[in-house]
Design a protein around this ligand. Structure first.
Ligand code: XMP
Length: 333
């Protein structure tokens, strides 16, 4: 019989068969469920020959980096390298407000940081790349590709041995990466079940979608440390109240957006304020291609609004986005 338990065992066996004794593997962790489960499977298969790399770009929500550093490592025993790149990302983003420009900068800095970490890990250890392949130099790159990704990109079965040639500064010229994709045959709900089976905590396994560029595309305006701190505080409250109300399973996701470029007049405490609005963007969806705005209970919206305006001094207004997709996208940038 086909159970989640034997899906996990089977994938672990397959990874063991693919990698064998041929070398070391690298896996980039994003904080999301796919990369975490892929890494957990490979860790079970080859132990410390896997190194996970987490690039902390400073654009994560409250508690997420700690979840990776503490909970992921506790659950899997995987070797983890955390690269603190917040300053590098914020310097690169200084003065930038245009959404596509932000996305390009974040993507570029991410690749740079990840490749430098990769070069450190593989380059510092000649034994890292010993192998029995013709060229003698091979390393494995673990990716959390899911079945729907394979279908969408026209891949299909039997292509799991493609080699991607990266030209990476600092790495041996003839180093080849072979992809390891243990989730290629699985759907999201199966990935979650396998993750739970492997002992990953709910905060990781049940995490709703979160964009790679993180809070960088949820600040309308400049991405600064102070804007990030304001948004993190508001987002934390919204997530706490959604969880307390038992609503996490009812929605697809709820981006919380800071309108840093907008100010409005309010009255808080002893007098007039001139603060920023927060937008709640709760949506329901099947696949993120289309979405409907989620009809959250008024009491929950009220609690979120009251808490944010009481606890986050820079925010004096909370609004709810009631646009479907299309015409609105889920994220604001
Ligand atoms: P939009 O805003 O296009 O978002 O309606 C659709 C879904 O994709 C997520 N999203 C991203 N995910 N990298 C990601 O990994 C990205 O750059 C990115 N941009 C948007 C978004 O959260 C929603 O689930």
């Amino acid at each position: 019989t086909w159970t989640i338990g034997n899906i996990a065992e089977e994938q672990i066996e397959r990874v063991r068969a693919q990698i064998g004794e041929r070398g070391k593997a690298i896996c980039g962790l994003s904080g999301g469920v796919d990369s975490a489960v892929a890494a957990a499977i490979v860790q079970r298969a080859i132990g410390d020959r896997l190194t996970c790399v987490y690039v902390d770009h400073g654009l994560m929500r409250a508690g997420e980096t700690e979840q990776i550093e503490r909970d992921f490592v506790a659950a899997t025993g995987a070797q983890l390298v955390v690269v603190d790149a917040e300053k590098q990302f914020l310097d690169a983003l200084a003065g930038v407000t245009e959404p596509e420009a932000k996305r390009k900068i974040i993507g570029r800095e991410f690749i740079r940081t990840f490749e430098a970490a990769q070069a450190d890990i593989l380059g510092s250890d000649p034994a890292a790349t010993v192998g029995t392949e013709e060229d003698g130099k091979i390393a494995f790159l673990v990716q959390g590709t899911l079945y729907p990704d394979v279908v969408e990109s026209g891949g299909g079965a039997g292509t799991s041995n493609i080699k991607s040639h990266h030209n990476v500064g600092g790495l041996p010229d003839d180093l080849e990466f072979e992809l390891v994709e243990p989730l290629r045959e699985l759907f999201k709900d199966e990935v979650r079940a396998v993750g739970a089976q492997l002992g990953l905590p709910d905060v990781i396994v049940q995490r709703q979608p979160f964009p790679g560029p993180g809070l960088g595309i949820r600040i309308i305006g400049e991405v600064t440390r102070s804007n990030l701190d304001i948004l993190r505080a508001a987002d934390k409250i919204a997530r706490e109240e959604m969880t307390a109300a038992g609503l996490d399973g009812d929605i697809w996701q709820m981006p919380v957006v800071l309108l840093a470029d907008v100010r409005s007049v309010g009255v808080q405490g002893d007098g007039r304020t001139y603060g920023h609005p927060i937008v709640l963007r709760p949506v329901t969806s099947e696949d993120a291609m289309t979405a409907d705005w989620a009809r959250l209970p008024y009491e929950v919206l009220e609690t979120i609004s009251t808490r944010i305006t009481n606890e986050v001094p820079e925010v004096n207004r909370v609004t709810v986005d009631i646009t479907s997709k299309p015409p609105g996208t889920i994220e604001w940038e």
